[in-house]
Ligand binder design. Structure first.
Ligand SMILES: Cc1cc2nc3c(=O)[nH]c(=O)nc-3n(C[C@H](O)[C@H](O)[C@H](O)COP(=O)(O)OP(=O)(O)OC[C@H]3O[C@@H](n4cnc5c(N)ncnc54)[C@H](O)[C@@H]3O)c2cc1C
Length: 427
């Protein structure tokens, strides 16, 4: 398809947000240049970057833009399961339920996806350069292009945007994160789920199927795996990765945590093997919303996209989903702009609309899970055991977390939602 007003657009950062938007713009007839600091080979052969679970509405955006190349090969996860262990240390479950998602979600290792998407971007006519972009490069780009988008994820450069304090109420990392990519996980006897375990005061553990690399770059070989995600409360017993130096130690610590706090997960995982020596990650994230516009020394303006200006703790698995929602929103805003200039007012309005209509609610819900759950949330999660319609609503909120604003934060609204769900079931 071609557009009436082809524009010259530069995107820095070949990640979930940048590549997706880049190909969609190419398909509209725009000239798109992508600059990124790692080759496809380096990404494929490097360390895992994320657990990148995506829910159906955002997978649909990838499908609409013909970017779902691995959909058939990637394991399909049909539901959400939620478990709280008994606090008495007996190794039994105090709360457990599982509910079906309206449509399946998937996790495709970004080490597979981004190299493939980089090829696809070039195949559809994009220009790809490997450059570690700094201010001099941004200056050059902003002089030559109608619009420059910086989608550098967690790269140092994104700090140039400056933190928006008002929109960033959580000031420091609230979890010690660790990922372990494994094969050999035993399946349970119900549908494949994102298995979410909440251990009050200790942290969270979630685990789900994914598709990862299975050979060197160029082989294109992939394999099914499971991704274990640990979210330890800082200073607590799950914040225990400081001395881990080798993949073997990482695996051993992963299993130790499960054995101690979540024996049912240990039983499934105890014979697992790491997918590869790069299948681990340890880190911390301070949830941050940054200013959308950066003024360069020349006075020219560039705009942020994805994690560069909107980064959350992965506790709710929304980062890649947000990056995808952002790509779609920017695409619509760029398309609607026609031939008019991408000025500072347009940049701010584009991001503010995304923030106000979508992201603020995702952030509020995600941040709420970083603090000890209030009584009404414990009650809600318990009620989901007895009221499947409520469990279904909570599970499907992951598809579009704006629904949580209707009941999550207010005890009375929460009780009303549970009663309504129970009555619906009884009718
Ligand atoms: C432990 C963990 C688990 C996660 N789990 C999930 C999950 O289950 N579900 C979910 O939806 N999200 C998850 N996320 C978040 C998700 O991975 C990110 O939100 C998403 O990848 C952001 O996409 P992006 O395009 O903004 O940035 P990225 O995908 O990070 O891409 C940024 C790109 O910019 C490049 N770059 C950086 N600096 C420069 C520079 N100076 N010059 C040129 N290029 C540069 C990088 O190399 C990279 O290619 C998780 C994150 C972590 C850390």
């Amino acid at each position: 398809m071609t557009t009436q007003s082809p524009r010259k657009i530069a995107i820095v950062g070949a990640g979930q947000a940048g590549l997706l938007l880049g190909v969609a713009l190419l398909d509209q007839g725009h000239q798109v240049t992508m600059l990124t600091n790692r080759t496809a080979e380096e990404v494929w052969g490097g360390k895992v970057l994320s657990s990148q679970f995506m829910f159906d509405p955002k997978l649909q955006i990838e499908r609409d833009w013909k970017m779902n190349q691995w959909e058939a090969a990637c394991p399909k996860t049909e539901g959400i399961s939620f478990t709280v262990p008994n606090p008495d240390g007996s190794g039994t479950k105090a709360i457990h339920w599982h509910a079906k998602l309206h449509a399946y979600g998937q996790s495709l290792d970004q080490r597979v996806k981004m190299p493939g998407w980089m090829d696809e971007f070039v195949r559809r006519g994009g220009k790809l350069s490997i450059v570690n972009v700094g201010i001099p490069e941004l200056e050059e780009l902003s002089a030559a292009y109608d619009l420059v988008l910086l989608a550098g994820g967690k790269g140092e450069i994104v700090n140039l945007f400056g933190r928006n304090e008002e929109r960033s109420p959580v000031k420091q990392p609230m979890r010690q994160l660790a990922l372990t990519y494994v094969t050999g996980m035993k399946r349970h006897d119900y549908m494949e789920c994102v298995n979410f375990n909440l251990i009050p005061g200790v942290g969270e553990y979630f685990v789900f199927p994914a598709l990862t690399t299975a050979g060197p770059y160029g082989s294109g070989k992939t394999q099914a795996c499971d991704i274990m995600v640990f979210e330890g409360v800082p200073g607590g017993p799950m914040d225990c990765w400081a001395d881990v130096k080798t993949p073997e130690q990482h695996m051993a610590v992963s299993l130790d945590i499960l054995k101690k706090f979540l024996p049912w997960e240990y039983e499934r995982a105890k014979d697992c093997k790491m997918t590869d020596d790069n299948g681990t990650l340890i880190g911390r994230i301070a949830p941050t919303v940054r200013n959308a516009v950066l003024t360069l020394p020349s006075g020219r303006k560039i705009m942020g996209l994805g994690d560069a200006i909107l980064v959350n703790d992965p506790i709710t698995g929304q980062g890649s989903n947000n990056a995808t929602a952002s790509a779609k929103h920017y695409f619509d805003s760029i398309t609607a702009r026609g031939a008019a200039a991408f000025d500072e007012a347009w940049m701010n309005k584009t991001f503010d609309d995304l923030y106000n209509n979508y992201a603020a609610k995702v952030i509020a819900w995600t941040n709420s899970l970083l603090f000890p759950p209030p009584e009404h949330i414990i009650n809600l999660l318990g009620a989901c055991q007895a009221v499947p319609a409520m469990a279904s609503r909570v599970a499907n909120g992951f598809n579009d977390p704006r629904d949580y604003a209707e009941f999550w934060f207010d005890p009375a609204a929460c009780e009303k939602a549970i009663n309504e769900a129970a009555m619906k079931a009884a009718a």
